[in-house]
Write a protein that binds this ligand. Structure first.
Ligand code: PLP
Length: 372
């Protein structure tokens, strides 16, 4: 079945009691028992489980080809819960280029609790192999990476992870299951910030973990999800489910526009470099074709000059909104080094663009006038 049909089927659960075509939102935090003290539908309390959250989790598992999924209150809450399932002394291997909040969690929260971690360039397979230890439990990939759009070979990296008994987790926030399904490339867990493309309208925070197997580790993460309660509200779950209905059409349209924008910027006299998986000069072109169904709608551009030049450029834009985050229907642009702070290794002349659903010609005209 095609992705768009799957997404509609996975989220279209009409209500059998009323016939309502759009599923209701179950706001109740608690669920009544019958005369025999039994729970009619196995729901007891909304922290461990709720029908609206369960509907979202089922849909996410279907889209990523997993056996089970768990929804969280943010992408960071999803990552946090997965790391909480590890033990002191365990080691995590993390992409050198990754959303800055992931290493921040490891450094500031989990390192003091006894987890160790190493950051490695995941496109250098020898370096990955050399950084794996017998206590490595998680290899955390992010591909395309944030903000350099580098690509990890998921099949080979997951194979290396499995050789030392580790699991391979892929943050699939940028590609979404429309363009890449990491579980098909032997990863064990997919992580999402559903705040981004999956919800798609910059109006809800959410996160998710989708599992290839329902094993002891999966059950430990589920236990933590229910015990710690870093879960989304039923209303937020409903909004994310609604976003899924248009995920395919949004991501494909946004990717087409991003390709046009990247082509315009590539070779522009005021531009030093464009990082975008759809450009023929991307170093991982072959791998992109094997692993992805399209280049996506995120790109980074390094303008000629330094940080003040980059900031001057974005200050002149009229259609792009200068804001953090990504994956919504409106185009955003951001000077990453400013947001990442003093520890940032992102080039100071780099701007990250999240391409929305505006017309490509209008976005290109805006970029052209700002670069002139
Ligand atoms: N992963 C990626 C790739 C992200 O871009 C982000 C947020 O920007 C996150 C994780 C964190 O997600 P959240 O902000 O929903 O906690």
């Amino acid at each position: 079945m095609h992705f768009d049909t799957l997404a509609l089927r996975a989220t279209h659960q009409s209500d059998p009691t009323t016939g309502a075509v759009v599923p209701p939102i179950f706001l109740s935090t608690t669920f009544a028992r019958d005369e025999a003290n039994e729970l009619p539908a196995n729901y007891i309390y909304t922290r461990p489980n709720n029908p609206t959250r369960e509907a979202l989790e089922k849909a996410l598992a279907i889209l990523e080809g997993g056996v089970t999924a768990m929804a969280f209150g943010s992408g960071q809450a999803a990552a946090m819960t997965l790391f909480q399932a590890l033990r002191p002394g365990d080691h995590v291997l993390l992409s050198a280029d990754a959303y800055y909040g992931t290493p921040a969690l490891l450094e500031q929260v989990f390192h003091p609790w006894g987890l160790t971690y190493t950051r490695v360039d995941m496109s250098d397979l020898d370096a990955v192999q050399a950084s794996l230890h017998e206590n490595t439990r998680v290899v955390w990939c992010e591909t395309p990476s944030n903000p350099m759009l580098s690509i990890t070979d998921l099949l080979l990296v997951s194979q290396l992870a499995h050789e030392v008994g580790a699991i391979c987790v892929c943050d699939n926030t940028w590609a979404t299951p429309v363009l890449q399904r990491p579980l098909d490339f032997n990863c064990d867990v997919v992580m999402h910030s559903t705040t981004k493309y999956i919800s798609g309208h910059s109006d809800v925070l959410g996160g998710a973990l989708i599992f290839k197997r329902d094993n002891e580790f999966t059950q430990r993460v589920r236990l933590l999800q229910g015990l710690s309660g870093a879960v989304p509200s039923p209303f937020d779950c409903w909004l994310v489910s609604r976003g899924i209905k248009t995920l395919g059409i949004r991501v494909r349209a946004q990717s087409l526009t991003a390709q046009a924008v990247a082509d315009f910027l590539d070779g522009h006299p005021a531009v030093e470099k464009v990082h975008y998986p759809g450009l023929s000069n991307h170093p991982d072109r072959e791998l992109i074709q094997q692993q992805m169904n399209g280049p996506g709608a995120m790109l980074s551009v390094q303008v000629k000059g330094d940080a003040p030049k980059a900031l001057q450029f974005i200050g002149r834009l009229k259609l792009f909104t200068r804001a953090t985050s990504l994956g919504g229907v409106e185009s955003l642009i951001e000077h990453r080094a400013s947001v990442e702070g003093p520890t940032s290794v992102t080039p100071k002349n780099l701007l990250r663009l999240s391409i929305g659903l505006e017309h490509a010609e209008d976005l290109i005209a805006d970029l052209a006038q700002a670069l002139a």
